[in-house]
Design a protein around this ligand. Sequence first.
Ligand code: 5AD
Ligand code: SF4
Length: 509
Amino acid sequence: MSREMYNEIDLAKININVEPPTEEPGRQYYFMAKCCKWVKDFEQKNGRRPTACVTTFGCQMNARDSEKLAGILEKAGYQLIDNEKADFVIFNTCTVRDNANQRVYGRLGELGGHKRRNPGMKIALCGCMMQEPEVIEKLRKSYSFVDLVFGTHNIYKFAELLYASHEAEGMVVDIWKDTDKIVEDLPAERKYPFKSGINIMFGCNNFCSYCIVPYVRGRERSRKPEDILEEIRRLVADGVVEVMLLGQNVNSYGKNLDNPITFAQLLREVEKIDGLKRIRFMTSHPKDLSDELIEVMAQSEKICRHLHLPLQSGSTRILERMNRRYTKEQFLELAQRIRDRIPDIAITTDIIVGFPGETPEDLEETIDVVRRVKFDNAFTFIYSKRTGTPAAAMEDQVPKEQVKQGFDRLLKTVQDTARSQVAKYEGRVMEALIEEITEKGNSVEKSQPTENGEVMEKEHSGGESVSMVTGRLSNNTIVHVPGDASLIGKTVKVSLDECHGFYYIGHCV
Ligand code: 5AD
Ligand code: SF4
């Protein structure tokens, strides 16, 4: 793990015997100092530092939020570990589909068991799922051993809430409905020293009819470009070579700023940062993808040859019911325009099967788009009914058996096109950023998703005795090459010798 530079504020210099400041982030540093004192007392009593474990469910935005939670815990003096038997465990939850919720409840049951054995343990829950009132009700009723619950809007207050949970008896619950507030400059503890996600905006205004995100993440708010650029400069100074700009709909970045700017203009500025080698971003809504963005990507040396462009459905009728605001033909035309201007780009997508009212004919339209666009990868999801969304109230929910059949048919098509797209580059030499040691001398393929966005791990028995490392091409394809830990974080030229379905085995040249 790597620590970001603005972790350097010295907590020892903060006077914790006075009232807390009201302004941010000063207030949070004050509470970090308070937590630090608590940690020191714990250490004196127990002869060791308290341990903490942060578990993330869901998307890249949550992964980045978790780095901030970990940064605050670390700053307060906790020892971060990967084990849920820690003294403090926090689940950063997701609620996009119901199976994410079910997994949280299952894992929470296990945590309850740990807590019975270690009564001093504290359990915290945060993230999207906590923004749902029914969830809070259920926690109060059936999971009363939980100590701290907060949502997505007040995550920046984590230090303050952590301190409150040390002081309080019983469950501390602090959920906000919405906020405009964006707090900058909190510490973060990065998972990878050489790459980092960066939030450029929060929330979503699109209200796709199946989606709960606008309700749990609130309205769209963009960070100021100067704050984003400053954060990236600091990250680069700290060893980062690849950034992933994150937002629910990055193509509408900047519209609500006092001095509006476009996402393409932001990218131009990010490109100028010396030392930064690769720029990625997600997610792009097709309705807002501009020609200006295509042009900036085409001309860029640093923006990766990968665009994640969720289709959701290929049927214009279903797209309308989904409130996606594009037609099948418009999507096809957009994909073509992108491929014409940037021929080596990989286009990946998200697709939902079983949206209310979807017929087998509608699914054929989706399959037709998959074949024509030739997606390089696709995350396929079974529609999940989310309480409070317009689609949940639609009457014609699709029978399970039909959904299952459609899903399998779609998955097969998606895998066929993805395989042939990936195989296109066999024999070529490309640049890869080496990310990690390949697990257990085997190549573990992690790029082919299954239902619910989970990645399916496919083992390939590569040369057991040779140390292998895993790298990522600009187009997001994985390549395994012989090498050791000294290559991690470096960009190297690799020969893509053999395509194994969704990844390559190659060698450095
Ligand atoms: N059911 C199934 N999939 C969904 N997604 C969002 N909401 C739902 C839902 N209710 C999928 C969309 C989105 C991705 C992040 O999750 O495909 O792009
Ligand atoms: Fe959900 Fe649509 Fe917003 Fe994406 S764009 S987060 S699918 S409402």
